[in-house]
Ligand binder design. Structure first.
Ligand code: VGL
Ligand code: ZN
Length: 205
Protein backbone atom coordinates (compact mmCIF):
# COMPACT_ATOMS: atom_id res chain seq x y z
CA UNK A 1 0.00 0.00 0.00
CA UNK A 2 1.52 3.30 -1.01
CA UNK A 3 -1.17 5.59 0.42
CA UNK A 4 -1.34 6.29 4.18
CA UNK A 5 -3.84 4.24 6.18
CA UNK A 6 -5.80 7.31 7.25
CA UNK A 7 -6.88 7.73 3.62
CA UNK A 8 -9.77 5.84 2.03
CA UNK A 9 -10.54 5.41 -1.64
CA UNK A 10 -14.29 5.85 -2.22
CA UNK A 11 -15.68 4.33 -5.41
CA UNK A 12 -19.06 5.85 -6.25
CA UNK A 13 -21.79 3.95 -8.14
CA UNK A 14 -19.76 2.05 -10.78
CA UNK A 15 -22.89 0.12 -11.73
CA UNK A 16 -24.20 -1.26 -15.01
CA UNK A 17 -27.04 1.27 -15.30
CA UNK A 18 -24.51 4.13 -15.35
CA UNK A 19 -22.39 2.46 -18.05
CA UNK A 20 -23.03 2.37 -21.83
CA UNK A 21 -26.13 0.23 -22.48
CA UNK A 22 -27.52 0.99 -19.01
CA UNK A 23 -30.74 2.79 -18.10
CA UNK A 24 -29.00 6.04 -17.10
CA UNK A 25 -25.84 5.62 -19.13
CA UNK A 26 -23.03 8.08 -18.54
CA UNK A 27 -20.85 8.64 -21.63
CA UNK A 28 -17.64 6.65 -21.14
CA UNK A 29 -18.83 5.37 -17.76
CA UNK A 30 -17.16 2.01 -18.26
CA UNK A 31 -13.80 3.69 -18.97
CA UNK A 32 -13.33 4.37 -15.27
CA UNK A 33 -13.22 0.65 -14.42
CA UNK A 34 -9.57 -0.13 -15.31
CA UNK A 35 -8.43 3.20 -13.85
CA UNK A 36 -10.17 2.45 -10.54
CA UNK A 37 -8.91 -1.15 -10.47
CA UNK A 38 -5.35 0.16 -10.70
CA UNK A 39 -5.90 2.93 -8.13
CA UNK A 40 -7.42 0.51 -5.59
CA UNK A 41 -4.13 -1.38 -5.36
CA UNK A 42 -2.64 1.60 -3.53
CA UNK A 43 -5.21 1.82 -0.73
CA UNK A 44 -5.62 -0.08 2.54
CA UNK A 45 -9.15 1.21 2.87
CA UNK A 46 -11.64 0.95 0.02
CA UNK A 47 -15.34 1.78 0.22
CA UNK A 48 -17.90 1.34 -2.58
CA UNK A 49 -21.28 2.98 -2.89
CA UNK A 50 -24.21 1.37 -4.68
CA UNK A 51 -27.28 3.28 -5.86
CA UNK A 52 -30.10 1.01 -4.66
CA UNK A 53 -33.67 2.10 -5.34
CA UNK A 54 -37.03 0.39 -4.74
CA UNK A 55 -39.17 0.31 -7.92
CA UNK A 56 -41.59 2.89 -6.46
CA UNK A 57 -38.76 5.39 -5.89
CA UNK A 58 -39.66 9.10 -5.93
CA UNK A 59 -36.75 9.95 -8.28
CA UNK A 60 -38.18 7.88 -11.16
CA UNK A 61 -40.08 9.97 -13.73
CA UNK A 62 -42.21 6.87 -14.41
CA UNK A 63 -43.67 7.16 -10.90
CA UNK A 64 -45.09 10.65 -11.59
CA UNK A 65 -47.95 11.47 -13.91
CA UNK A 66 -46.95 13.28 -17.11
CA UNK A 67 -43.34 13.68 -16.00
CA UNK A 68 -40.39 13.40 -18.39
CA UNK A 69 -37.01 12.03 -17.37
CA UNK A 70 -34.50 14.84 -16.68
CA UNK A 71 -37.24 17.29 -15.64
CA UNK A 72 -37.37 18.61 -12.10
CA UNK A 73 -40.09 18.60 -9.43
CA UNK A 74 -40.40 20.20 -6.01
CA UNK A 75 -40.57 17.77 -3.12
CA UNK A 76 -40.82 18.57 0.59
CA UNK A 77 -37.03 18.53 0.84
CA UNK A 78 -36.48 20.70 -2.25
CA UNK A 79 -35.95 20.32 -5.99
CA UNK A 80 -35.50 16.77 -7.28
CA UNK A 81 -34.45 15.82 -10.79
CA UNK A 82 -36.51 12.95 -12.22
CA UNK A 83 -34.52 10.12 -13.76
CA UNK A 84 -35.24 7.10 -15.92
CA UNK A 85 -35.85 3.98 -13.82
CA UNK A 86 -32.35 2.85 -12.79
CA UNK A 87 -30.48 0.78 -10.20
CA UNK A 88 -33.57 -1.04 -8.99
CA UNK A 89 -32.71 -3.23 -6.00
CA UNK A 90 -31.63 -6.69 -7.12
CA UNK A 91 -31.69 -5.89 -10.86
CA UNK A 92 -28.76 -6.47 -13.22
CA UNK A 93 -28.56 -2.72 -13.75
CA UNK A 94 -27.82 -2.25 -10.05
CA UNK A 95 -24.89 -4.70 -10.15
CA UNK A 96 -21.38 -3.37 -10.20
CA UNK A 97 -19.66 -3.41 -13.60
CA UNK A 98 -18.50 -6.98 -14.19
CA UNK A 99 -14.84 -5.95 -14.59
CA UNK A 100 -14.70 -3.90 -11.39
CA UNK A 101 -12.52 -5.61 -8.79
CA UNK A 102 -15.24 -5.67 -6.12
CA UNK A 103 -13.19 -7.97 -3.90
CA UNK A 104 -11.13 -4.96 -2.83
CA UNK A 105 -14.13 -3.23 -1.18
CA UNK A 106 -14.31 -3.59 2.60
CA UNK A 107 -17.57 -1.72 2.89
CA UNK A 108 -20.45 -1.20 0.47
CA UNK A 109 -22.75 1.70 1.30
CA UNK A 110 -26.17 1.33 -0.30
CA UNK A 111 -28.09 4.56 -0.78
CA UNK A 112 -31.39 5.77 -2.17
CA UNK A 113 -33.25 2.79 -0.68
CA UNK A 114 -36.00 4.88 0.94
CA UNK A 115 -38.88 5.29 -1.55
CA UNK A 116 -39.48 8.93 -0.64
CA UNK A 117 -35.91 10.32 -0.58
CA UNK A 118 -33.15 10.26 -3.17
CA UNK A 119 -29.52 10.08 -2.10
CA UNK A 120 -26.81 11.39 -4.38
CA UNK A 121 -24.26 11.81 -1.61
CA UNK A 122 -22.57 8.88 0.10
CA UNK A 123 -22.97 10.76 3.41
CA UNK A 124 -26.40 12.45 3.50
CA UNK A 125 -29.60 11.76 1.60
CA UNK A 126 -31.14 14.53 -0.49
CA UNK A 127 -33.14 15.89 2.45
CA UNK A 128 -29.61 16.80 3.69
CA UNK A 129 -30.43 15.35 7.15
CA UNK A 130 -30.79 11.59 6.90
CA UNK A 131 -27.36 10.00 7.26
CA UNK A 132 -26.07 6.93 5.46
CA UNK A 133 -23.68 6.02 8.28
CA UNK A 134 -20.53 6.38 6.16
CA UNK A 135 -19.13 9.27 8.19
CA UNK A 136 -19.38 7.26 11.43
CA UNK A 137 -17.69 4.31 9.74
CA UNK A 138 -14.78 6.44 8.51
CA UNK A 139 -14.34 8.17 11.87
CA UNK A 140 -14.38 4.81 13.65
CA UNK A 141 -11.62 3.59 11.37
CA UNK A 142 -9.50 6.69 11.98
CA UNK A 143 -9.86 7.86 8.40
CA UNK A 144 -9.52 11.62 7.91
CA UNK A 145 -8.85 11.84 4.20
CA UNK A 146 -10.89 10.57 1.24
CA UNK A 147 -10.17 10.17 -2.46
CA UNK A 148 -13.30 9.97 -4.61
CA UNK A 149 -13.77 8.25 -7.97
CA UNK A 150 -16.68 6.90 -10.02
CA UNK A 151 -20.01 8.00 -11.47
CA UNK A 152 -21.29 10.52 -12.02
CA UNK A 153 -18.84 13.43 -11.51
CA UNK A 154 -21.55 16.09 -11.33
CA UNK A 155 -24.08 14.18 -9.21
CA UNK A 156 -23.10 11.46 -6.79
CA UNK A 157 -19.35 12.15 -6.85
CA UNK A 158 -19.74 15.93 -6.44
CA UNK A 159 -22.43 15.72 -3.75
CA UNK A 160 -20.28 13.21 -1.85
CA UNK A 161 -17.16 15.38 -2.18
CA UNK A 162 -18.98 18.53 -1.03
CA UNK A 163 -20.35 16.69 2.03
CA UNK A 164 -16.95 15.15 2.80
CA UNK A 165 -15.31 18.59 2.74
CA UNK A 166 -18.10 20.03 4.92
CA UNK A 167 -17.56 17.20 7.40
CA UNK A 168 -13.92 18.21 7.69
CA UNK A 169 -12.35 15.39 5.71
CA UNK A 170 -9.42 16.13 3.40
CA UNK A 171 -11.13 15.54 0.08
CA UNK A 172 -9.71 14.82 -3.36
CA UNK A 173 -11.58 13.92 -6.55
CA UNK A 174 -9.66 12.10 -9.28
CA UNK A 175 -11.40 13.43 -12.37
CA UNK A 176 -9.73 10.91 -14.69
CA UNK A 177 -11.47 8.16 -12.72
CA UNK A 178 -14.91 9.84 -13.05
CA UNK A 179 -17.38 10.55 -15.86
CA UNK A 180 -20.23 13.10 -15.88
CA UNK A 181 -23.91 13.25 -16.85
CA UNK A 182 -23.61 17.01 -17.59
CA UNK A 183 -27.26 18.04 -17.50
CA UNK A 184 -27.73 21.76 -18.32
CA UNK A 185 -24.25 22.84 -17.30
CA UNK A 186 -24.19 20.73 -14.15
CA UNK A 187 -20.57 19.64 -14.64
CA UNK A 188 -19.09 23.15 -14.79
CA UNK A 189 -21.29 24.25 -11.90
CA UNK A 190 -20.25 21.37 -9.67
CA UNK A 191 -16.55 21.65 -10.55
CA UNK A 192 -16.77 25.27 -9.44
CA UNK A 193 -18.63 24.37 -6.24
CA UNK A 194 -16.06 21.69 -5.36
CA UNK A 195 -13.18 24.11 -5.96
CA UNK A 196 -14.78 26.72 -3.71
CA UNK A 197 -15.33 24.12 -0.99
CA UNK A 198 -11.61 23.29 -0.95
CA UNK A 199 -11.92 19.93 -2.70
CA UNK A 200 -8.66 19.04 -4.46
CA UNK A 201 -9.35 18.15 -8.11
CA UNK A 202 -6.78 16.05 -9.90
CA UNK A 203 -6.74 14.35 -13.30
CA UNK A 204 -4.87 11.33 -11.97
CA UNK A 205 -2.97 10.22 -8.91
C1 VGL B 1 -26.74 9.19 -9.82
C2 VGL B 1 -28.56 10.24 -10.73
C3 VGL B 1 -29.41 9.39 -10.08
C4 VGL B 1 -25.25 9.09 -9.72
C5 VGL B 1 -27.58 8.33 -9.14
O1 VGL B 1 -24.74 8.03 -9.32
O2 VGL B 1 -24.57 10.10 -10.02
N1 VGL B 1 -27.24 10.16 -10.60
N2 VGL B 1 -28.91 8.44 -9.28
ZN1 ZN C 1 -30.23 7.00 -8.44
Amino acid sequence: MTEPSDTALIVIDVQNDFCPGGALAVAGGDEVVPVINTLMQNYDSVVFTQDWHPSDHVSFAANHEDAEPFSSIDLQYGAQTLWPVHCVQGSAGADFHADLDTGRAQMVVRKGFRAGIDSYSAFFENDRQTVTGLHGYLVNRGISSVVLTGLATDYCVAWSALDAARLGLDTTVVLGACRAIDLEGSLAKQIDAMRHAGVVLRDSL
